[in-house]
Structures are given as structure tokens and as C-alpha cells.
Design a protein around this ligand. Sequence first.
Ligand code: SAM
Length: 277
Amino acid sequence: MTADAGTTRDEREPAMLDQQVFGDNPTEVRDTDHYTREYVGGLVDKWDELIDWSKRYETEGRFFTEQLRARSARTVLDVATGTGFHSVRLLEEGFDTVSADGSPQMLARAFRNGFDYGGHVLRVVNADWRWLNRDVHGEFDAIICLGNSFTHLFSEHDRRKALAEFYAKLRYDGVLIIDQRNYDALLDGESSNSHTYYYCGAQVAAEPDHVDQGLARYKYTFPDESEYFLNMYPLRKNYMRGLLRDVGFQRLETFGDFQASYADSEPDFFIHVAEKL
Ligand code: SAM
């Protein structure tokens, strides 16, 4: 694979492009660009089994739409669209939504899901966060980056660059809602790994395959015994909060599994709501 600014070119045979490839040393794959080789083929097909739309709908409730409405947001950029769960939800609720993602295969699935779940025509843009302002036009009242997506950035430089791009894409008083798995609990050996709130598919086992300070490699096993992996950077909560402040967000609130009050080791996920003003 060769890469230049914002594009990755995979030089494998077309038939191989649907395969996840981690090579001989999977735990050495710690590369921001690698996500485009992880969200492919079989995993894209199975992602909705993993997240189970109807259960997720129930467990999230109105949390995100209420956060957006409380800040009078109307235009929303979903920068990690995936298969489209939140984009579709926002369209249903009347938000003017643009759906971006760096994986063309995930976006294609999101577009189809938009049709299937309510006849929506998603406005999709293939864009990597690090070059967001080059590829997505206009300004937004809000950006959402959900489903533990930011974890795919492996260098601090990429994290700062992506957050700076999000900041620049927001209206002067806009809001970024970004979530992450509770990696503190995982790294500190306190993880319940119950994955109750986000990845709700009851038939799918999601478990850490390897964890160190620089890598959380998860294995996803499906009822047909197929296995897929994701290599992710284990973000600590306070490190993430520091980055959000460093790029300029002035007000920051961090929820644990949608609650404002929690003991740090308990939640599966943290959700940061970061305001520019
Ligand atoms: N938000 C969706 C959900 O909650 O189901 C999808 C979450 S999935 C864990 C992460 C998504 O982030 C994938 O669709 C992946 O392609 C996208 N992604 C990861 N790194 C990216 C980057 N640097 N630029 C753009 N998209 C990226």
C-alpha cells in the first residue's frame, strides 16, 4: 500500500481487497492508515450484527439528539458514519446531516442502510479526518464522532491534526461529541467488558486479544464462527480531555455510559461533549 496526503492506494489484486490483512506480526500493526484495510468485505457485512440497530436505538435513547438540541444544532457532520446508524437516526429526527467516513465500503453500506431504514438518501463524503476541510465543504453546528472511532489514530500528531480539522469545521459556537471505550479500565485491569451500551449484538463475542500501552487488539467472533480483528490505540480518558482542550475547546463535559455522574472504572464508554465557546 502506498500513501500520500489523504489517500491510500492499495496495490493488491482486486479479489484480495475484501480481506482483512494484518501480516505476520498482527500486534505490530499500529498505523493510522490501516483502518481502510480493517473495515472491508466480511466485517462491513457483519458490522450491523455487531451493533444491532434496534437494541442500540433503545439503549442510547435520546441522549445524542438532546445534547444537540440543547445547543440549537441543526446541521450535523457525522465524521465516522460507519454503516450509518447515527446518520439515519439524525435524519429521522430532522437534523440536516452529512455523512463522512474514510472507508468507502462502510459508506456504501451506510447509503444502502439509509434507503432500507426509512427511505433516506444519505449525503455521503469519503473523507479522512486528517484532511477533512479539504474534502468536506461548509461549516456545521455540530460534529459527531461515535462508536469508538477516534481510537483508530495511532500517532499523537494524527490525533491533534484530526481534532484541529474538526474544530475548524465547526461554527464559532459549535459542539463536538466524541466517544471512546473506557480504556483506562482495560489498561488498569478493571474492565467489565460488558459492551452493553454500544455494541449490542447478543450473538457476537467482542474481546481483547492483546492489550499493551500502545495497542488494544480486539477479536470479534460471529455465530458462523468467522473472526475479525481491529487494532486500536487505547486512549486514556484524561489524555483525550487534554487533547480536546489543547486544540481550543473551551467547555468540556465527559459522560460515562450517558450518565453525568459515575465512578471512573464503571462505564464501558466515555462520551465527551466539547464546546467551542
Ligand atoms: N460510528 C459508527 C458506529 O458507531 O457504528 C462506526 C464506528 S467504526 C468503529 C469506526 C469508523 O471510523 C469506521 O467506519 C472507519 O472507517 C472510520 N474511520 C477510522 N479512522 C478514520 C479516519 N482517519 N478518517 C475517517 N474515518 C475513519
